[in-house]
Design a protein around this ligand. Structure first.
Ligand code: SF4
Ligand code: SF4
Length: 97
């Protein structure tokens, strides 16, 4: 019999987030995002923090969702994300491993 594990959504629901008022994720140059073909950050982020807004021609960053996994920083081919941890007491809390 196949063993059923937790779905990604199940795992996301195990996490508590306490966002700081200011973003810990900064796009260094929005023009670079406009020229970025793959927009890898929008693909790798498990909680859809990044979304390309076609009408405004800019990348929206919903930093409040961030799980601090670091994938976007590694995936951006232009090193265009300034990434720091939120201050102590804020950000993500993994409660069950
Ligand atoms: S991968 Fe980097 S350059 Fe491309 S859209 Fe995301 S932040 Fe911008
Ligand atoms: S660190 Fe992870 S969860 Fe946070 S924005 Fe980047 S990819 Fe998304």
């Amino acid at each position: 019999m196949e063993k059923k594990g937790l779905t990604l959504e199940d795992k996301i629901n195990l996490v508590t987030l306490r966002p700081f008022r200011d973003s810990h994720l900064t796009i260094l140059d929005q023009r670079v995002c406009g020229d970025c073909k793959g927009q890898e950050c929008t693909v790798v982020c498990p909680v859809k923090t990044y979304e390309w807004e076609e009408r405004e021609g800019r990348l929206i960053v919903s930093f409040e969702n961030c799980f601090e996994c670091g994938s976007c920083r590694l995936a951006c081919p232009f090193d265009n994300i300034a990434w720091i941890y939120p201050p102590g007491g804020f950000g993500v809390e993994f409660r069950k491993g």
